[in-house]
Ligand binder design. Structure first.
Ligand code: HEM
Length: 559
């Protein structure tokens, strides 16, 4: 008689695995659930509940008869043998490059339709896995024994990986991430947000003369360019105490620091789209990427040296630092945790570069799509204005502390729907820590980089009704309210998600409320289809132009 239960993970013959669980251990299983957990642990199956057991071709849920089986018990995942993720076979050498670029959004959508909710692409020998499945996404972002943010050579951030930045560009299993994250989170906590938003309100007011000048001189403006100026003016002030001078006049140039960071991100997208080997080339774009990275470092260092830091007031406890410091540079220099530790000096500059970059590149794209929607989606602009009027807004209303904004339910739905339909981030990636089997029964090798494709999660037909329709009111429906948390993740999710999501949501609502209350936004060249820039780190409209008209009348409050 056998002294153990044998389990065979069904798969192709090359990957079939047999494991034994001694009967002394097996007899201690009290439920099928416990057995599934033990077997899942042996085969590295991410979700034990997806296992089923088959003996002699029949699936059985009877624990007692399963444990008595003298024959190997066949283990199925999601009801079938495990398989490798499918994907296009691609061309020699360049692989799937032409299947993905130049239109990665459209092509990924096509590939999801052809191959299902998980597929792989290989470009220049670098394989990446893409998913639009909320369940897989939830596991991928968890930071668990199975997945972590590890920036290996297949990872989209490989070209700008930084061992010292701590956040964003550094792998999770490093001491520096834990340290940097600990200091950065309170810098975007609730008290900090109230303070930051007072600066946001002032900077939005400083844009009014520019909008007025553009109207007086009958000029249309490129929406992304103007929103780039606005969002970088805000993070420049908040993080490195820099006045980029973007609103001194309508034609004030974009500050050289902002231009250099912008160039860095374009180059990174371009270079990493060609694979690991390309990043090492001593000439062309890879060299330009390295040089630009160096230049960004020097420019930000110069801002840090000039930023106001109240050294004379001494160190401040981390939890009070948001209120007692002048800006993020001051925060990083003077905040001390309860063990007396400070953010390591070598992390300050790279972490500030990340904060400034993450801060304006994403927000400028989101703001541009928010303005696009005002002029493209039905009565959105009129509804936002009506809500502001109904809530009693005047030119002097203080929007910074969030109380006024919290009444604006349509504005909230409008921002949510814009972040769903016009997702700006598309490549947060995580890496498999071991050979594993996903809940859908597909296996991934250790080191596999998985990208939950945010745009495609937000347009997954199994989750969203009519996903191509812009419909802010969908956020009132029970279906959307009860959705899987992982099906809507504009700021990613899990321990490595955006640290500034609450700030951003308040910031963009302040900007929208202040601008829509004062100006009517009118699309210019409205028949021209809007193109996004596929070779940029975020999804931004390239050719969106508008004009504004200063409001002289407002609607009456609704009865
Ligand atoms: C519309 C605005 C924004 C969007 C859509 C956005 C989105 C994201 C996403 C998707 C991630 C995850 C990246 C990944 O997993 O690789 C992320 C991380 C991050 N974001 Fe944002 N972000 C925005 C604004 C900001 C701002 C204003 C800041 C300023 C501090 C910021 C700071 C960060 C940092 C530091 C991380 C990395 C956290 C970590 O590594 O643990 N983001 N953001």
């Amino acid at each position: 008689m056998s002294s153990s239960c044998q389990f065979l993970l069904a798969g192709d013959s090359q990957h079939t695995q047999l494991v034994s669980i001694p009967l002394s251990t097996a007899s201690s299983f009290r439920s099928l659930h416990q057995l599934k957990q033990a077997v899942a642990a042996k085969f590295n199956v991410v979700d034990p509940s997806k296992l089923s057991f088959s003996v002699d071709g029949t699936v059985s849920e009877d624990l007692v008869s399963l444990l008595k089986s003298h024959r190997p018990i066949i283990v199925l995942v999601n009801g079938h043998a495990v398989v490798d993720p499918p994907g296009p076979s691609g061309l020699p050498f360049i692989g799937s490059h032409t299947e993905v670029y130049p239109d990665h959004i459209g092509n990924h959508e096509r590939l999801f339709q052809v191959y299902g909710s998980l597929f792989q692409t290989t470009i220049m020998g670098r394989t990446v896995y893409h998913t639009n499945d909320p369940e897989i996404t939830g596991h991928v972002f968890k930071e668990s024994a199975f997945f972590t943010k590890e920036i290996n050579s297949a990872h989209p951030l490989y070209g700008v990986k930084s061992p010292h930045a701590g956040v964003f560009l550094t792998s999770t299993h490093t001491d520096i991430w834990k340290e940097a994250h600990k200091f950065m989170v309170p810098s975007m906590g609730p008290k900090a947000i109230d303070k930051h938003c007072r600066t946001v309100v002032d900077i939005v007011r400083s844009t009014f003369p520019v909008f007025d000048e553009l109207e007086r001189t009958k000029q249309a403006f490129n929406v992304y360019d103007l929103m780039l100026k606005l969002s970088s003016q805000i993070v420049g002030k908040l993080f490195i105490d820099a006045d980029f001078g973007h609103f001194r006049s309508a034609d004030a140039p974009v500050h050289i620091t902002v231009k250099t960071i912008f160039r860095l991100l374009g180059l990174n997208k371009k270079v990493t789209s060609w694979g690991d080997w390309y990043t090492y080339l001593p000439f062309g774009d890879p060299k330009r990427l390295r040089d630009t990275w160096h230049e960004v470092g020097e420019r930000v260092a110069a801002h840090i040296a000039e930023a106001k830091v109240r050294r004379e007031d001494g160190d401040v406890p981390l939890q009070e630092a948001a209120l007692k410091t002048e800006n993020l540079t001051d925060f990083f220099i003077r905040a001390v945790d309860n063990k007396g530790n400070k953010l390591p000096a070598e992390t300050r500059k790279p972490a500030l570069i990340v904060a400034v970059t993450a801060g304006f590149v994403t927000t400028s794209a989101l703001l541009s799509w928010l303005l696009y929607g005002l002029t493209s989606y039905g009565d959105s602009q009129a509804r936002i204005l009506q809500e502001l009027v109904d809530s009693g807004m005047t030119e002097d209303t203080d929007l910074s502390d969030g109380k006024f904004l919290s009444q604006l339910s349509f504005l909230d739905k409008y921002v949510k729907e814009t972040q769903r339909h016009h997702t700006t981030s598309f490549q947060p990636a995580r890496t498999a820590r071991m050979d594993l089997v996903l809940p859908n029964g597909m296996r991934l090798p250790k080191g596999a980089v998985v990208i939950p494709e945010i745009h495609h999660l937000h347009h997954n037909r199994e989750v969203w009704d009519n996903p191509q329709r812009f419909d802010p009111d969908r956020w009132d429906t029970e279906k959307v309210k009860n959705r899987d948390r992982s099906s809507y993740i504009p700021f990613a999710m899990g321990p490595r998600m955006c640290i500034a999501s609450n700030f951003v949501l308040r910031e963009v609502k302040i900007i929208l409320a202040q601008l829509v209350f004062r100006y009517e936004f009118i699309r210019y060249r409205e028949t021209e289809p809007i193109e996004y820039d596929p070779m940029f780190q975020t999804i931004r409209p390239r050719n969106l132009y508008m004009k504004t008209r200063k409001r002289t009348t407002w609607p009456s409050p609704s009865s």
